[in-house]
Design a protein around this ligand. Structure first.
Ligand code: NAD
Ligand code: WQD
Length: 338
């Protein structure tokens, strides 16, 4: 378990995971094309941990360059974050998502097979549950894609299951993240969207810091405790630690297994807004507007399987998510550009 390749390691969840890996003594090699990230994130990971990372600015679709990385290192496993994640963009440009996410993963898997590395931790998503019929959502719920981004995650999950059928040496832990939020407690790394954020938490932070005028709350008439959508927000540091548990699980040759990474608790948009106002000690203006197409009313995880099999559970709550998120945003109002 001493050397791990992290694709997309300069990104939001990847950089937080690198910290946890380095803290636990794992050697980290990162491949990232920096299409949605900044090298400063990894420099800050190094300064937080006092340890160094081997970095390659490489696109996972580049067969020759990927091969060179695997020739240069002997990996125990790959943690695969690299991918595009904007749902709306995926609807407008599906081929971009099929190429980057699906073809990119195919190249990664081919390179792993060539070098006989058969252990993978994959960043899947709660989006693979489509519009769930009920909550909490267990891993056994039916899977479906409601947009091309979600389809890319489902296809990759299927690819991994097919590989395991063809050769039982393949192991993959499919980590289905719910709604990542927050930042490292240092305030040095965090989420740094390149454009106007699509997701709630970075949007709220940018209103709080004065970059955006007000939050549009998508729908006030859902069948929830206050009419706004309910989600399972999970602190990114808890999420990052889940990857260490997944690496440990790979030692038992588990095959291809999905696990939910969430808290099992649902908060509404207005709950998150109120908690963020407390953390930032300011009022955050908002307007309730129409529902956003494709949104479901309530989504939260059943995490009992993850707890039983991986020995993982979230320990950080809404105050840490909003407090740490605000520390990052207020100390870095322009993200890594500052
Ligand atoms: P992110 O955009 O911050 O990180 C992804 C990283 O991958 C970026 O650094 C980007 O530059 C890199 N990348 C993208 N395409 C690449 C390519 N072809 N070659 C090399 N590097 C490439 O996103 P994140 O929030 O850290 O998400 C990480 C993973 O988790 C993604 O696969 C995403 O789909 C998944 N996920 C994210 C969320 C979320 O809400 N943040 C939820 C569920 C799943
Ligand atoms: C959360 C809640 C919105 C923005 C998405 C992807 C999913 C996964 C996580 C990658 C909802 C409301 C939001 C805003 C709002 N990503 N909202 N105003 O939609 O649960 O999940 O990110 O895998 O695949 O679909 O997250 O943060 O966009 O929305 O009112 O400006 O906040 O309606 O109720 P979502 P989100």
């Amino acid at each position: 378990m001493n050397k791990v390749l992290v694709t997309g390691g300069a990104g939001y969840i990847g950089s937080h995971t690198c910290i946890e890996l380095l803290h636990s003594g794992v050697d980290v090699v990162v491949v990232d094309n920096l299409s949605n990230s900044n090298l400063k994130a990894l420099e800050r990971v190094e300064s937080i941990t006092g340890k160094s990372i081997t970095f390659y600015e490489v696109d996972i679709r580049n067969v020759e360059e990927m091969d060179k990385v695997f020739v240069a290192h002997s990996f125990y496993a790959v943690i695969h974050f690299a991918g595009l994640k904007a749902v709306g963009e995926s609807v407008a440009q599906p081929l971009k998502y099929f190429d980057n996410n699906i073809y990119g993963t195919q190249v990664l898997l081919q390179t792993m097979k060539k070098h006989e590395i058969f252990n993978l931790v994959f960043s899947s998503s709660a989006t693979v549950y489509g519009e769930p019929a009920s909550v909490p959502i267990t891993e056994g719920f039916p899977l479906s894609a409601v947009n091309p981004y979600g389809r890319s995650k489902l296809v990759i999950e299927d690819m991994l299951r097919d590989l395991n059928v063809s050769d039982s040496r393949w192991n993959a832990i499919l980590l289905r993240y719910f709604n990542p939020a927050g930042a490292h407690v240092s305030g040095l790394i965090g989420e740094d969207p390149q454009d106007i954020p699509n997701n709630l938490m970075p949007y709220i932070s940018q209103v709080a810091v004065g970059k955006l005028e007000y939050l549009s709350v998508y729908g006030g008439d859902y069948d929830t405790h206050d009419g706004t959508g309910v989600r399972d927000y999970i602190h990114v540091v808890d999420l990052a630690k889940g990857h260490l548990c997944a690496l440990e699980k790979l030692k038992s040759n588990p095959g291809v297994v999905p696990y939910n990474l969430g808290t099992g608790i649902g908060y509404s948009v207005l709950d998150m807004l109120a908690a963020f106002e407390q953390a930032a000690e300011c009022k955050i203006p908002y307007q309730i507007v129409d529902r956003r197409a494709g949104d479901t009313a309530i989504c939260y995880a059943d995490v009992s399987l993850t707890k039983a099999d991986l020995g993982w559970q979230a320990v950080l709550g809404i105050e840490e998510m909003t407090g740490d998120g605000w520390r990052w945003q207020s100390q870095n109002p322009k993200g890594y550009e500052d």
